[in-house]
Design a protein around this ligand. Structure first.
Ligand SMILES: NC(=O)c1ccc[n+]([C@@H]2O[C@H](COP(=O)([O-])OP(=O)(O)OC[C@H]3O[C@@H](n4cnc5c(N)ncnc54)[C@H](OP(=O)(O)O)[C@@H]3O)[C@@H](O)[C@H]2O)c1
Length: 327
C-alpha cells in the first residue's frame, strides 16, 4: 500500500493528521462573557489534543462571535511557548452581526479587517493558514488577490485556502491569485456522503438530492489542496450520542456496526468513524469538534485504523450509512 502523504506536508507545512475544531469554545454561536470555566474547558481541550498528537487548531472569526478565538488567545497567553509548536488556522468572510443581515463578505477591506481582529483576539502576530469561510456570490477574485498579497507581504498570514467551495469556484478564484490555495474544508463524514455519492451515482437519476459539485475531490487531489473534513465525527451519531426518536434506521445500524468493529479491533468508535474517512486516498484531514478530553483521546487511534481497515469494511460502512446498496 502506498504511504499517504498529506497535501500540506507535500508543501512543507508541518501539521497533524487530525485537527481540533474550536467552533464550540465559549458555547458556539452564543455571545456571553467569557468565564473562568470556559478558559478551563479550552485549556483541557488543548491539552487533550496535544496529548493525542493534534497540533492543528481550526478557528473562524465568527465562532461564538469572536470569543472562541479570544479564549484560545487566553490559553496562548498562559503558555507563550505553545504558539510556535502549533498550526493556527482561521477563517473569515462569514458575517453575523447584530443590526445587519447575515452575509458572506470576501471584499478586500473586510478580509484585511477580519484578519487584524482575529490576530488581536488570538494575541498572535500571524495566522498559519487563512480560509475563506463560505462562497460569497459577490466575490471579485482580483480584490481577494489584493487582500491576500497584502497579508502575505506583511507576514500576517502564511498560507491561504477556502472552505465549502466546489472545483469551479476554486479554479475561478485561483486564476487571480499569485499563491496556491492549500486547503478546502468541506462537510465530509460517514454521516454526510454527498462527496462519495456524487461520483458513485454518475449517470444515474435515482438520487436527486446530491449537492456536491462534481470533480471537487479530484480537483483538490490533482492540485495538492488539502481536503479537511468538518463534521467529521458526524456529531456523535455513530459513536454513542443518544439519538432518541430522531435517529434513522440507517443511523442505528451504522452505529451498531461501528461499535462492533471497534470492539473487534480493540479500539474506539471514534477511531473507526474517523479511520473510515482517512482511508480515502485524498488523505483527508478530519477536523474534530469535540471539546471533551476523553472523546479527543478516543480519536487518536484513527490513524492506525485508517491503515488497517479493509476495502470490504470500508464499503460495508459506506452502504450501511447511506441506507441503500450502491448501484
Ligand atoms: N468550514 C465550515 O463551514 C465549518 C462548519 C462547521 C464546523 N467547522 C469546523 O469543524 C469542526 C467540527 O465540526 P462539528 O462540531 O460540526 O463536527 P463533529 O466533530 O462531527 O461534532 C462535534 C460535536 O458533536 C458532539 N459529539 C461528538 N461525539 C459525541 C457523542 N458520542 N455523544 C454526544 N455528543 C458528541 C460534540 O460534543 P462534545 O464536545 O460534548 O464531545 C460536539 O458538539 C468545528 O469545530 C469547526 O472548527 C467548519
Amino acid at each position: 500500500m502506498q504511504k499517504r502523504i498529506m497535501p500540506l506536508e507535500r508543501r512543507g507545512i508541518t501539521t497533524s493528521r487530525l485537527a481540533l475544531g474550536c467552533m464550540k469554545l465559549c458555547g458556539g454561536m452564543k455571545a456571553t462573557p467569557i468565564t473562568a470555566e470556559e478558559i478551563l474547558i479550552a485549556e483541557r481541550a488543548v491539552d487533550a489534543a496535544l496529548e493525542a498528537g493534534i497540533t492543528m487548531f481550526d478557528h473562524a472569526d465568527v465562532y461564538a462571535r469572536g470569543q472562541a478565538e479570544e479564549v484560545f488567545g487566553e490559553v496562548l497567553r498562559r503558555r507563550p511557548q505553545l504558539r510556535d509548536t502549533i498550526v493556527i488556522q482561521s477563517k473569515c468572510g462569514y458575517r453575523v452581526e447584530s443590526g445587519s443581515p447575515k452575509m458572506y463578505d470576501f471584499s478586500r477591506d473586510h478580509i484585511l479587517r477580519a484578519v487584524d481582529r482575529s490576530l488581536a483576539r488570538l494575541g498572535t502576530d500571524r495566522l498559519d493558514i487563512l480560509l475563506l469561510h463560505r462562497p460569497d456570490p459577490l466575490m471579485e477574485p482580483e480584490e481577494i488577490a489584493e487582500a491576500f498579497d497584502r497579508l502575505r507581504e506583511t507576514g500576517k498570514v502564511g498560507h491561504f485556502g477556502v472552505s465549502n467551495l466546489g472545483a469551479d469556484q476554486i479554479r475561478f478564484l485561483q486564476e487571480a491569485l499569485d499563491m496556491p490555495l492549500v486547503v478546502n474544508q468541506l462537510d465530509l463524514s460517514l454521516g454526510k456522503l454527498d462527496w462519495l455519492d456524487s461520483g458513485v451515482l454518475m449517470n444515474r437519476t435515482i438520487d436527486q438530492t446530491v449537492r456536491f459539485p462534481e470533480g471537487t475531490m479530484e480537483h483538490c487531489r490533482m492540485h495538492n489542496i488539502q481536503l479537511q473534513a468538518w463534521g467529521s465525527l458526524a456529531q456523535g451519531r455513530f459513536t454513542g450520542r443518544e439519538m432518541g426518536a430522531g435517529g434513522t434506521e440507517a443511523e442505528r445500524l451504522t452505529s451498531e456496526r461501528v461499535g462492533q468493529m471497534a470492539r473487534e479491533k480493540g479500539t474506539t468508535p471514534e477511531a473507526i468513524v474517523l479511520g473510515w474517512l482517512m482511508k480515502h486516498p485524498a488523505a483527508i484531514q478530519p477536523v474534530v469538534g469535540t471539546l471533551n478530553p476523553a472523546r479527543i483521546a478516543a480519536c487518536a487511534d484513527a490513524v492506525r485504523q485508517s491503515k488497517t481497515m479493509t476495502r470490504e469494511e470500508w464499503y460495508e460502512l459506506y452502504q450501511t450509512s447511506r441506507g441503500h446498496e450502491i448501484p
